[in-house]
Design a protein. Structure first.
Length: 157
């Protein structure tokens, strides 16, 4: 009985923990939700189809690298729920301008393509987005419950 109570306490603490940082390790295809320096949750993720390196221009299928803010929730997406990443920042815009290209944008943490959520057990094995970070739909629901708009997201290789 004590073990069961300990497990339930641990689960409830994690379910209501305050996430103050989201870290994405593109090289391992993992996303970590962190609160007070402790890992609260780990997700396996899908990325842009060309994940290595920093996003420089629209259409390069890269997921940006750096520190950004999860700045708004989008519930009317082509994908099952989404939270926007504040890419591009001023440095991203300046870099793209120096190359005479568009930096792109509309990078999200999102669920599966609408109508295809049942295929997540296959799609999550591949990098299939155009630069976004994809979760399963159930994971996206959990993510939205744990991560508040305004939380920092750090993305690195």
């Amino acid at each position: 009985m004590k073990i069961l109570l300990s497990v339930l306490t641990l689960i409830s603490i994690n379910a209501f923990a305050d996430v103050d940082l989201v870290k994405v390790d593109k090289s391992d295809r993992k996303m970590y939700l962190i609160g007070d320096g402790n890992i609260i949750k780990v997700y396996s993720i899908a990325l842009g189809a060309n994940p290595k390196g920093h996003k420089v221009q629209e259409g390069d299928e890269k997921t940006p690298e750096g520190s950004y803010i999860l700045d708004y929730l989008k519930l009317d997406s082509a994908f099952y729920k989404a939270m926007h990443v504040s890419y591009p920042n001023a440095a991203d815009i300046a870099k793209a301008k120096s190359l005479a290209v568009s930096p792109g944008g509309f990078i999200m943490v999102h669920g599966q393509k609408n109508g295809l959520g049942g295929l997540a057990f296959i799609s999550q094995w591949f990098n299939w987005t155009n630069g976004c970070i994809a979760l399963t739909n159930d994971e996206m629901d959990e993510f939205i419950n744990l991560v508040q708009v305004g939380t920092e997201i750090q993305i690195q290789w």
